[in-house]
Write a protein that binds this ligand. Structure first.
Ligand code: SF4
Length: 302
């Protein structure tokens, strides 16, 4: 499988545009990441009963899963969460949790494809994709249909491809090891990879992503600032419900103002009230430091 932002490496894949993060699992148990992982495993096991040459099986699977997941709140009620999104390499013969060991090589990719003894890889994707079923039409049983599913590339995927996949490698290197228990899928990678406003903000600093991608020391500036920024962004509601359909924020002439907006934790939607104490939890000093350090590289800003 050719590496891309969608499928970086085993266990480090995205799928935000399939709506997996639109499912609000924050109250689904003590660990929302584990809850999402369990949901993916549940879907994948259920899909194993689908005979690829039987249309009725696809229809029945979709109806059953939509009913099973109907009660899960959505961050955005207008965006569909596709139940055909699952674990495309899950080994049903062993059906065991993934061992996510594997060293990172010089390219920032993981050696050994991250495969554990079970042979599962933690790779997420479309269970009905022709590459799995061997049949051209099977994604037509999904809500969007094959033509839309296969034609859609988010803004970040396009940008990443144009920039020799530096950003997806960077994210895989520093966040790809954060695997969900059970499925072994990296939620951190996916949520950052699909984050259009975050990537657009970083691109405002000429040469920043290239420099981050070449940096090895997590304590060094600006890599340390980027890792901190990514964590702060992942603490926001906007990141929790990421879909890749988010419009790029209007470029603010004031970089600090744009970063402040990026890190505001709520509300997710305009009609929701802000949580008073969470609306702007990041100090002005932190915002100013990150922007100053990114600017200090000597390159211009856009
Ligand atoms: S959101 Fe973008 S990077 Fe993620 S799977 Fe969809 S197209 Fe690929």
């Amino acid at each position: 499988m050719n590496a891309s932002a969608c499928q970086r490496e085993a266990g480090v894949s995205c799928g935000a545009c399939c709506g997996i993060f639109n499912l609000d699992l924050r109250n689904a148990g003590p660990d929302p990441v584990r809850a999402r992982s369990d949901l993916l495993i549940e879907r994948t096991r259920a899909f194993a009963t689908v005979r690829f040459d039987q249309a009725a099986d696809f229809v029945a699977y979709r109806q059953a899963r939509e009913a099973a997941e109907e009660s899960i709140p959505r961050f955005n009620s207008e965006i569909y969460a596709c139940p055909f999104f699952g674990l495309i390499d899950w080994d049903l013969s062993t059906d065991s949790d993934l061992d996510v060991s594997g060293d990172i090589n010089a390219n920032g990719d993981r050696d050994g494809e991250g495969e554990g003894e079970s042979g599962a890889s933690g790779r997420t994707g479309c269970l009905a994709h022709p590459a799995r079923t061997g049949l051209d039409h099977t994604q037509n049983f999904s809500f969007y249909g094959a033509s839309i599913c296969q034609a859609y590339d988010c803004r970040n995927k396009d940008q990443d491809a144009d920039q020799e996949q530096r950003y997806s490698r960077l994210l895989a290197r520093w966040f790809g090891q954060e695997r969900a228990p059970g499925s072994g899928a990296s939620e951190s990678y996916a949520r950052l990879m699909a984050d259009v406003p975050l990537y657009a903000f970083l691109e405002r600093f000429d040469g920043l992503i290239d420099r981050l991608a070449r940096s090895d020391d997590p304590q060094s500036t600006p890599l340390c600032d980027f890792l901190r920024l990514a964590r702060l962004r992942m603490a926001t509601l906007a990141s929790a419900g990421i879909t890749s359909f988010e419009v790029e924020m209007q470029r603010h002439p004031d970089l600090e103002a744009e970063l402040r907006s990026l890190l505001a934790r709520g509300p997710l939607q305009a009609d929701q009230p802000a949580m008073r104490d969470e609306a702007n939890p990041i100090s002005a000093q932190t915002i100013a430091t990150i922007v100053a350090n990114f600017k200090a590289m000597g390159a211009g800003t856009k």
